[in-house]
Design a protein around this ligand. Sequence first.
Ligand code: WTA
Length: 652
Amino acid sequence: MSKNIDSILQENRVFEPPAEFAQKARVTPDKLQALRDAAEADHAGFWGDLARNEIDWQTPFTVSLDESNAPHYRWFTDGKLNVSWNCLDRHLETRGDKTALIFEGEQGDTRHITYRELHAEVCQFANALKDNGVGKGDRVIIYMPMTPEAVIAMQACARIGAIHSVVFGGFSSQALADRIKDAGAKMVITADGAHRGGKIVELKQATDEALSDGEHSVEKVIVLRRTGHDVAMRDGRDIWWDDAVSGMADQCEPEWVDAEHPLFLLYTSGSTGKPKGIQHSTGGYLINAIVTCQWVFDIQDDDVFWCTADVGWITGHTYVAFGPLAIGATEVMYEGAPTWPDGGRFWKICQDHAVTIFYTAPTAIRALMRLGDDIPNSYDLSKLRLLGTVGEPINPEAWIWYHEVIGKERCPIVDTWWQTETGAHMIAPLPGATPLKPGSCTQPLPGIAADVVDEQGNSVPDNAGGYLVIKKPWPSMLRTIWGDDQRYIDTYWPMFDGKYYLAGDSARRDEDGFFWIMGRIDDVLNVSGHRLGTMEVESALVAHDKVAEAAVVGRKDDIKGEAIVAFVICKGERPVGDAADAMIKELRDWVAREIGPIAKPDDIRFADGLPKTRSGKIMRRLLRAIANNEEITQDTSTLENEAVVEQLQGKA
Ligand code: WTA
């Protein structure tokens, strides 16, 4: 095993489930053992039983798992269902008047929407989609603020069998255009704008830019009025949301689709090439979304669940748009920034809406921790009973702060490891049954065959680092990469005869069978819990007409996890002094326009050349050492121009 995969972190504290929590939890230690035993005894049957019990099927399935075309695994193949029916209609009799969504806008406006109301709005919008020519299998891009309408749009697509692809509202028009084209979308659903950090994000303007070159298949654009500021509307193409739903019936018979029918595409970064359109299924996706809401979040009927993720990420799909609704929960949705108007916003929302289960990212926890304890201490957080994290490893210091200052040592913390590709939690504690170790995502869930292996696919000994793999298919696994099935096979099934799913993370398992995620094995950056390919940022940089070459690496960052460092070679003279400062600003703004503000390099350095090996490959390890201010141990004697190392270090 290579050196960079060796394990370094050591953390020994163990936190048992608090007795009061454990008593009321859905899953007790005995139940957990029974689930593990059942999965062990009959893997496909275990998932089949859960899918039969937890999902309402229009046509029941007889086949749980079809492995005949591996690695294209198919689940519940001959069953028919509808996700929107499972999230809405089936609750109407038992909890029609229960609040489904509690929405808070950044400017303080709030809305409570019951299951009955949500059902009616989804049906109306589904009818509007059909009225505008969208049908089963058509792709619909959703580029929206974090408002209930984003969920309504996703649910409406699911209802009619259209395949949605949500594009994060923080992405630029260029990123949006790429996704519109790759998906071959027929429609874009957007808004005039979104409120974020006290400013307006110009969603409609970006949509217009994305569609400006005419090389796309979008016929209609539906525009939600959110900010109310003036935006251009194009005759024949653009329709206001209100006009689209006006006069539409509030009933809409769901399209019953095969379990394998694609529910959505979600684009995510890989190490090379353009973002991958991860394709998820209907039945398999839904069952993992449901059981993880029950097992890991322990969501019960009187809980108020709040997942802070935007619907533009997988977390906002599984734990905002689908999972909580499928189990009839009440959930909070917040439109804006965590620090608007001040660093108490998250805690104020927890207090005002009596949030009991709170799920966010380590980067947010670290940023809010920096602001001190007085802010959270001035809010009533007594309703909280469970906390969660996702997106990157949480450092033990932040874990302890979250536990003590936010959870008052009363709330377990579920550290959930999963990916866009896995659809739902894979490795995570069951809070009433699993002891916690700060920094560990603990153990694989029942029915998830995670392991740490070497290059040959052999399990490595305890505490040795290795590749994180999943050795058996699971229902919510990705089905393919949209339009590029070969890339699906090459990326996820390259080793071990295509039998194990390769997650792309390195990990170690300790003597208690607890997993510790160590980082990516490829060139994927994890900036504030969001995945970005170094290649994407490099391509954006070299698209600038003054840039000849660029290399991008990650640097450890106390708050964001990783910061982006770009080494840039300009055409012509190397900029220095004021010219360098001006160029840095220009390039940062450029990348924000090309990809989005999250991809802005934190640090840009200019040199006359990049350090390369004899075969012309960029010496990324050397660049990483330079970016992290580490001592340089690599052999630089073969470099054509040794001065570039000093330039890149900022010494020359
Ligand atoms: C990282 C987010 C450590 C990991 C749901 C993974 C984590 C990538 C954790 C997926 C965690 C996610 N501990 N690392 N609890 N959760 N990761 O697709 O590197 O945006 O491969 O999905 O985030 O990011 P994605």
